[in-house]
Design a protein around this ligand. Structure first.
Ligand SMILES: CC(C)(COP(=O)(O)OP(=O)(O)OC[C@H]1O[C@@H](n2cnc3c(N)ncnc32)[C@H](O)[C@@H]1OP(=O)(O)O)[C@@H](O)C(=O)NCCC(=O)NCCS
Length: 453
């Protein structure tokens, strides 16, 4: 089984040293010599990994707990086996269920990709029609959800509303806690994918004081989302086909990304077996952060702060001095180029033909040009990521900056759900519970208040 991920970045120092031994080469195992005891252990290698629990047998005495790995932020730990998404960060490859992202972005639709991610295969015509029909007919929200959303302060961030609103949905579907009922589980997955755009649009309309627009079943997934966001007094909203398709492709690019921070949150929370609404709420909360899904919002703010192309060199200097980060640059996995960024750059051209060129584009292009030839960025393998250009497209399409992370959360819901279901059905998974290296005070006795100095 190929491993997903990338080799360590150029700046990471090797931890293990090479030692020679006289055993014959070619065995799928690792021999570890414990220099504390002089004992050697042979550990099987499977899929380029060793089982962390194998290290537990390496002890200095029978009472010893045994060795563990120390891996803050899981930078070199495979925490699951997955068949959903494959990334080769060194080569800039991203495949969903084996299909390259470039082909899906060119030929597919978001809903077809969601089906693929959830089911493992592309749908045939009948399956596709049934799937689209069921998503289209689950877009409405219970009327009390409107009051729930209206209860937030007028300037509430839509991601804050999304976290709470999705969690609140679990109270409407009590049967959602039967997560091992395959039919019921699928119903909740359809509901979640169908209702996310409605929740997002309602959160936006509430924040600008506009009346809610109900879903229009004649429109596509993204066409209807644009309708719920932007329809004013017209009897029938007709989305611009270029913008509708651009948004659909952006949704395809954001549908899944293997074991990122929000997927880890979804899997970890899901591993204690709550309903999927509660687990998706955790995924959204993780996505909210500026180092993850909040980055596209931060890119826009950064470009506005830079103000003009001429100020780019000065900003780059500040980044190199460690005063700030270049938002939309760098990735834990991609150490070559984010393949999604390449596709997004093409979409940007199509969108700007309709909306007019975004004036911030010149600053972005100049930042990219300078950064890609600067040793600071080159040596650290820092390239534009998916968020670098997506914010410019969203802004040109009329989305307020605060809604950018929401535009990430909507399509990622299918990825989160596929990962969640895979985790639930994986016999090797249990409740997530990592270990720690305790670095605190040794045992000590309680001190009465008047005896403390
Ligand atoms: C995505 C990100 C969190 C990955 O972080 P990571 O894999 O943990 O990488 P590190 O934070 O260890 O960074 C490695 C080195 O590159 C530098 N670096 C990483 N991203 C940087 C950025 N965007 N701007 C400037 N320097 C950056 C770090 O300062 C560090 O330098 P050092 O070795 O001199 O200390 C990080 O690149 C980042 O913060 N990017 C900006 C936010 C963003 O665009 N997020 C969206 C991701 S899709």
């Amino acid at each position: 089984m190929p491993r997903s991920g990338s080799s360590p970045g150029a700046k990471e120092a090797p931890v293990a040293r090479v030692a020679t031994n006289d055993r014959p080469a070619g065995r799928e195992s690792l021999t570890i010599t414990d220099n504390r005891t002089g004992k050697a252990y042979e550990v099987p290698i499977e899929n380029g990994t060793i089982k962390a629990l194998a290290l537990r047998d390496i002890k200095v005495s029978p009472e010893d707990f045994g060795l563990m790995t120390y891996d803050p932020a899981f930078t070199n730990t495979a925490h699951c086996k997955s068949r959903i998404t494959m990334i080769d960060g060194d080569k800039g490859i991203l495949n969903y269920r084996g299909y390259p992202i470039e082909q899906l972005a060119e030929h597919s639709t978001y809903l077809e990709v969601a089906y693929l991610i959830l089911n493992g295969e592309l749908p045939d015509r009948r399956q596709q029609e049934e799937w689209v029909h069921s998503i289209t007919h689950h877009t409405f929200l219970h009327e009390t959800m409107k009051r729930f959303i209206e209860a937030f302060r007028y300037d509430a961030h839509p991601m804050g509303i999304m976290v709470s609103a999705v969690a609140a949905l679990s109270t409407f579907y009590k049967e959602a806690s039967n997560i091992f009922d395959p039919v019921g589980r699928r119903s909740q997955m359809v509901r979640l994918i169908a209702k996310m755009p409605t929740l997002a649009a309602f959160a936006y309309r509430a924040s600008v004081g506009l009346p809610f627009v109900y879903p229009d079943n004649d429109l596509s997934y993204t066409g209807n989302f644009l309708n719920m966001l932007f329809r004013m007094a017209e009897a029938k909203y007709r989305p611009n086909p270029v913008l509708e398709r651009a948004l659909d492709v952006l949704f395809i690019l954001h549908a899944d990304h293997e074991q990122n921070c929000s997927t880890l949150a979804m899997r970890a929370v899901g591993s204690s077996h709550p309903d999927p609404y509660s687990a998706v709420a955790a995924g959204i909360a993780a996505l909210y952060g500026p180092l993850h899904g909040g980055a596209n919002e931060m890119v826009l703010r950064m470009l506005k702060e830079i103000r003009s192309k001429d100020c780019v060199p000065e900003y780059i200097q500040r980044v190199k001095q460690g005063q700030t980060r270049l938002m939309g640059f760098g990735h834990r996995i991609y150490k070559n180029y984010d393949p999604r960024a390449r596709i997004i750059k093409q979409i940007a051209d199509q969108v700007f033909e309709v909306t007019g060129r975004n004036p911030l584009l010149d600053i972005a292009l100049e930042l990219e040009r300078i950064a890609l030839q600067d040793d600071y960025f080159v040596s650290r393998k820092l390239y534009p990521n998916v968020d670098f250009y997506s914010g410019l497209i969203y802004q040109s399409m009329g989305f307020p900056v605060e809604t950018f992370p929401v535009l990430f959360a909507i399509p990622r819901t299918s990825g989160w759900l596929a990962q969640w279901e895979e985790m639930l059905l994986d016999p090797e998974q249990k409740i997530a519970r990592p270990r720690q290296v305790y670095a605190g005070a040794p045992r000590r006795d309680y001190i009465q208040m008047d005896e403390r100095v």
